[in-house]
Design a protein around this ligand. Structure first.
Ligand code: DNO
Length: 359
């Protein structure tokens, strides 16, 4: 396990590299250039600047997150080849600076989705991201975008880039004739073009699950069950086509058995990263994010870490979203304190699992 932390860059993050370095056991960041629009090439000088800053702080940058896939690729329009060519250049550019894994998603239109970004947890006065499908029922996609932007307190949110969302109406129209099988066909086309480049330069693509783990607004989504991942992985058999399993995203559907999903795909050598966080189910399609500790939410973190140790012990991990605690003001889900507590807890579980499993 390599413990990492998501970092949005010096101009965009309230958390500093020094903060991250001081978290015990932290080896690196999952990097992100949050100003890049989907479809744009990530230029070498931008990557070099980011990576060298991270390295100067004594941290690695072997994983980059959210190289977003343009909607024209997902919907298979006539423009897709141009954007795929750009993606290939970005892969080559990232490889030059030591990047080994790219976390991305193939979710139509929306990346993650919440109905509240700072829901008070009455038990202790902290707050966290929250979702209730009932609230969504009264809103359309445009309302939810407006509301998410209003509640983001001025922070850019990964997957909610303004340029992309400005085009929302047009994009939603583009999806009118896209079924699940069409989406998979377009996904396969994309993979068949980019995976040979990945194999050549040594970069693994890691697909992030749908969050929440079901289709929303009648858009086709496939990455939220074991069967869905099987379909996705069968689109291209290269080990460079892999998964980033996110425990909190998958857990929003209580039918997903997370340790078993990790074991299954880990054993096949198709897990490159894990995002580890916990959620608390409050009702049907209704949950809030919780502290990482097993007793605070629905997930058995010991079993999750054990599955990782047994089936994919070399993956990159990051403590995913934290609550807002100790009066921190930060990007929703991405403050320092609760994620640092999460990292410390996961490191503790890891030590216990390693000792137990190797004695
Ligand atoms: C949410 C993140 C996701 C993830 C992307 C990868 O907080 O886990 O935005 O980075 O889906 O493309």
């Amino acid at each position: 396990m390599k413990m990492t932390f998501r970092w949005f860059g010096a101009n965009s993050d309230t958390v500093t590299l020094e903060n991250i370095k001081q978290i015990p056991g932290m080896t690196g960041v999952m990097g992100f250039l949050d100003y890049k629009a989907a479809g744009e090439v990530w230029l070498t000088d931008e990557i070099e600047k980011y990576v060298s800053e991270v390295n100067s702080a004594g941290l690695e940058c072997e994983v980059i997150e959210s190289v977003n896939v343009h909607e024209d690729i997902k919907t298979g329009t006539g423009n897709r080849d141009k954007y795929i060519e750009n993606y290939k250049i970005t892969i080559r550019n990232l490889a030059k600076y030591g990047v080994k894994v790219i976390v991305y998603n193939f979710m139509p239109v929306f990346d993650w989705l919440r109905t509240d970004l700072a829901r008070l947890i009455p038990q202790d006065g902290s707050s966290s991201l929250y979702f209730n499908e009932k609230d969504l029922g009264e809103m359309g996609p445009l309302d939810i975008v407006k509301r998410t932007a209003e509640k983001s307190q001025g922070f850019s949110l990964p997957g909610w880039e303004p340029e992309r969302l400005a085009e929302l109406e047009k994009t939603l129209k583009q999806y009118e004739n896209i079924s699940e099988s069409k989406l998979l066909e377009n996904y396969k086309y994309f993979l068949n073009k980019i995976i040979p480049v990945c194999e050549e330069v040594g970069i693994t693509m890691a697909c992030h699950p749908d969050d929440p783990a079901w289709p929303i607004f009648n858009l086709p989504r496939v990455a939220h069950t074991q069967q869905g991942f099987e379909k996705i992985l069968s689109l291209n058999n290269s080990p460079y086509h892999s998964l980033c399993l996110c425990t909190g995203s998958l857990a929003s559907n209580p039918e997903n058995d997370i340790p078993s999903i990790i074991s299954k795909f880990g054993e096949l050598n198709r897990v490159a990263c894990l995002h580890i966080r916990n959620i608390k189910t409050l009702g049907y399609r209704h949950f809030r994010e919780s502290a990482h500790l097993s007793s605070e939410g629905d997930l058995d973190m010991y079993e999750i870490v054990k599955a990782m140790f047994r089936f994919c012990p070399n993956v990159y991990v990051r403590p995913d979203h934290g609550r807002m605690i100790w009066n921190e003001a930060a990007r929703p889900g991405y403050g320092l304190y609760d994620r640092a507590l999460g990292a410390a807890y996961l490191n503790g579980l890891w030590e216990a699992v390693v000792k137990n499993e190797t004695k």
